[in-house]
Structures are given as C-alpha cells and as structure tokens.
Write a protein that binds this ligand. Structure first.
Ligand code: FAD
Ligand code: NAD
Length: 406
C-alpha cells in the first residue's frame, strides 16, 4: 500500500480532532486523507442546550469545516453516510460511495428512547444544530400563541425536560435564564410558566457528588425550576407527559417535552454489523473493534471500560477529543509502516456543568469541588481550550467564550 486512503466519518469532536491532528502529523504525500460530514460545518454538541433555550445564537456554536481544516491536505466531502460495509472496506453515501484502507468512525450520538410510547413522535431532543433551533422556535411560538388565543392553554407554558443527567440539568439552567426574557418579550406573567425536570432516579445527577447536586438543585429551584424525582416517564403525547411516581400515574399537560434522558451511539455503526452494547461498540485498547484492524471508533460510538469501576466510561467530548488525538498518532505509525499501536488511556480531568450563564458546579483535579463563578469560569476555559486545540488563537477569538463576567 503506497498511499493509504484514510477516511474519517463525522466532523464532531472526534472527527474534527482526528483530522486536525492528522493534517499536522501526516503529510499529504504519504496518505490520502478524507473527512466526510453531512453539513459543511462542525458544531460543538456541548453548547447545543444554549442554542435550544435561545441563550446563545447557533452561529456561535458552529464553524465551517474548511475554516479550520486545511482542505489542501484533507479532502472534505459534504455528504451523508447511509451505510458502512467493513467487509468490503466501503462507505455508502447519499450521493455515492467511498473506499478506504483505514476508517475512523466518529458519527456521534443519537437519543436513546428506550421504546417509550410516543417519545419519538412527540418529544424534542438536543442532538444537532437544527434540532436545537427547532426547540428554540417551538418555545417562542408557544409564548407568542399563548396571548393570541381566547382560551389560554397552560400546556403552552409548561416546559418539561425528561432526565436530570448533565444534559437535562444544563438545559433547565439555560431555560431558567431565558424564560424571564421571553415573558417580557411576549407579555406573559412569569408565574404562569413552569419549568419541570422529571427524573427517574431518586436524585438529580445520579452518581455525582451529593453536596454539588444539592447546590445545583437549590440554585435551579431558586430560579423557578421544579423537580419531580423518582418519576419514570412512561408516555408522551402531543399535549401531555405521563410519568409513574411511587404507585401513582401522573400527567403534566404540555406540548413541549425535551427528552434529555439518555444517548446511544449512531445506529449506523450497529447496522454495519459491529458488536453493540446498548448502541455503542466495544473497542480494544487501541480503539479498534473486534475483528477489524482497519477500523478505529472514536467518541460516542465507542464503548471503553473503566477497569477500576468495571463500568463503561460515560460518553463525553473530553474522551472523544482524547481518543481522536490518540488515533491520529496511531494512524501516523501505520502510515510510517509501524503496526505496533499504542493503547489508549483516558485522562479524566474533571467534570464541570453549567447551571445557566452565571452558575455552575464541578469536580476537578480528582476531588476538588468548585461552584459559582469559579466553576462558570472553568467551564469557559474548558470550552476555549478545545477551540484553541482545534483551530488555534484565531478560532478562540472568533468563537470563544471570552467574557468571564457575564
Ligand atoms: P458529535 O460531536 O456528536 O459529532 C458527530 C458528527 O457526525 C456531527 O458533526 C454530525 O453532524 C455527524 N454525523 C452524524 N451522522 C452523520 C451521517 N450519517 N453522515 C455524515 N455525518 C454525520 N461532554 C463533555 O465532555 N463536556 C460537556 O460539557 C458536555 N456537554 C454536553 C452538553 C449537551 C447539551 C450534550 C447533548 C452533550 C454534552 N456532552 C459533553 C457530551 C458530548 O457532546 C459528546 O460526548 C460528544 O459530542 C461526542 O463527540 P463525537 O465526536 O462522538 O460526536
Ligand atoms: P445521562 O444518561 O447521563 O442521563 C440521563 C438521565 O435520565 C439519568 O439521570 C436517568 O436516570 C434519567 N432517565 C432515564 N430514563 C428516564 C425515564 N424514563 N424517565 C425519567 N428519567 C429518566 O444522559 P445525558 O445527561 O444526556 O448525558 C449524556 C452524556 O453526555 C453523559 O456521558 C454525560 O456525562 C455527558 N454530558 C456531560 C456534560 C458535562 O460534562 N457538563 C453535559 C451534558 C452531557
């Protein structure tokens, strides 16, 4: 193989970081490198809850791929992957097909709906720029509509979020900031609007530090968020959400349910025949799936185990970025004829979650708890660091979160 064809699928955290590192490590003379993505732009999934609530414009979250990737070195194909055929080393696209010698799959996450009745048809998910825009527009439409109907419909103003994991908590934090603005804009009394977070576990953020969970709930409740804990969502219709709490079945009238209660890897990976564990593919220590030495999986499609806890690592951008950097290094070895690949070891630097634009919680450096302004500033530093890594100072200046006092 003279110049191997390296194909990267998806320009999310995993795909972009793989491409960005490869263009620095591997010369275009020694490999053909191609990045395939359904849109011309890359977006940061970790900011989508802000776009969905309407607290941040979606153009801040996305950037054109060719503004970050050198398309003289990495060929960019804007197309949608429709299937992967690992036995014939081919990827089917909406508008053709592409062959590879080495494939990096970074096709990201989709909502896990657990077969809950009516969820797919009636709930929104925070899973892409366009889905986030839809949530924003839907909420604004309902505020506008509320005052233009004779019969005031409370379901228009009941905003229900399924799941109080990190996505649910970060989203209700943004809603808590946005709702007072919407009330002012659309002449709706604030006390008429409800923000309700429904969580199946007995606590919000199950498994996270209890002191910080309490801090987060107090901060959110003080801004009007209601929590229903130990409440398992059973069904969603066009005008209500049904949940079970204790032995009781309860209903909330609403036409806005945002499902933030779980993710899985992109179904295309399972459909390709790779092993699948609840929608994610177990990979070996060099991030290749069993049986395929020419495929690497990075980000939310990959499942890696934490040997200490004997549980899978949660799918995060932090891990996707590290896996991508690591995979670029291993591809460089392959291109140079060295097939002894390095094993991947995640380096978890902490977890920081926003509670709107002025508050946050986190654990950093193993066990240091942070909250309030310190955590808010740390979250911005983490966000800016990614932009720095992928696009340097120019990208930080263009898209970064540089105001630490707002
Ligand atoms: P993604 O970033 O989702 O990228 C996948 C890419 O593939 C996208 O560009 C998509 O357009 C493209 N694609 C998908 N299907 C196709 C197709 N068929 N054809 C072509 N292209 C396709 N993690 C953290 O570590 N810290 C956080 O603070 C954090 N906050 C989050 C906040 C929210 C609201 C959400 C939803 C998640 C958050 N996460 C966070 C998790 C993090 O976003 C994911 O773990 C991360 O995005 C995974 O990266 P990825 O590269 O695997 O996928
Ligand atoms: P998650 O799986 O972490 O949380 C989902 C929550 O929904 C859980 O608390 C679960 O108990 C609840 N749930 C599940 N089924 C339910 C039902 N039927 N009714 C009510 N509640 C139900 O999912 P997520 O919050 O979307 O996070 C996905 C991944 O992204 C995680 O790995 C997370 O760590 C990561 N993430 C990280 C950050 C951050 O670091 N700031 C922010 C967002 C997401």
């Amino acid at each position: 193989m003279n110049r191997p064809n390296i194909v990267i699928l998806g320009a999310g955290y995993g795909g972009m970081m793989t491409a960005s590192k490869l263009q620095k490590k591997v010369s275009a003379d020694s490999a053909n490198m191609t990045l395939v993505n359904m849109h011309s732009y890359h977006y940061q999934s970790t900011w989508l809850h802000e776009n969905a609530a309407g607290t941040l414009h979606h153009d801040r979250t996305r950037m054109e791929v060719d503004s970050v990737i050198d398309t003289n070195k990495i060929n960019f194909v804007q197309d949608t992957v429709t299937g992967i055929d690992p036995d014939n080393k081919k990827v089917n696209l909406l508008n053709g097909e592409i062959s590879y010698d080495y494939l990096v799959i970074g096709l990201g996450f989709e909502a896990a709906t657990f077969g809950i009745k009516g969820l797919l048809e009636n709930a929104f998910t925070i899973s892409s720029i366009n889905k986030a825009r839809l949530i924003r527009q839907h909420i604004e439409y309902n505020f506008a509509k509320y005052n233009n109907e004779k019969d005031k419909k409370q379901e228009r103003l009941n905003l229900v979020v399924g799941g109080a994991g990190f996505t649910g908590i970060e989203f209700v934090g943004e809603l808590a900031n946005r709702v007072p603005e919407l009330c002012k804009e659309y002449d709706v009394p604030r006390e008429n609007v409800r923000i309700i977070n429904v969580e199946a576990a007995p606590t919000a953020l199950p498994g996270f530090d209890p002191e910080l969970v309490e801090y987060a709930m107090n901060s959110l409740e003080a801004r009007g968020v209601e929590f229903k804990l130990g409440a398992m969502i059973k069904e969603v219709t066009a005008d209500k959400l049904v949940y079970e709490q204790g032995d009781e079945i309860e209903e909330i009238p609403t036409n806005t349910v945002v499902w933030a209660a779980g993710v899985r890897g992109n179904s295309l990976v399972e459909e390709a025949g790779f092993e699948s564990n609840r929608g994610r593919t177990p990979v070996r220590e060099d991030l290749r799936p069993n049986g395929y030495d020419d495929v690497f999986i990075v980000g939310d499609c990959a499942l890696i185990m934490n040997e200490e806890t004997e549980r899978p690592y949660p799918p995060t951008a932090q891990i996707a970025i590290q896996e991508a950097e690591h995979t670029a290094g291993n591809l460089k070895r392959i291109v140079e004829g060295n097939h002894n690949l390095e094993p991947f070891e995640p380096n978890i630097q902490g977890t920081v979650a926003s509670l709107g634009n002025k508050d946050a919680i986190g654990v950093i450096f193993d066990d240091k708890k942070i909250y309030g302004w310190t955590a808010t500033a740390m979250k911005k530093i983490i966000d800016n660091r990614y932009l720095w890594k992928v696009g340097g100072a120019a990208l930080v200046l263009k898209k970064g979160k540089l105001n630490f006092f707002k």
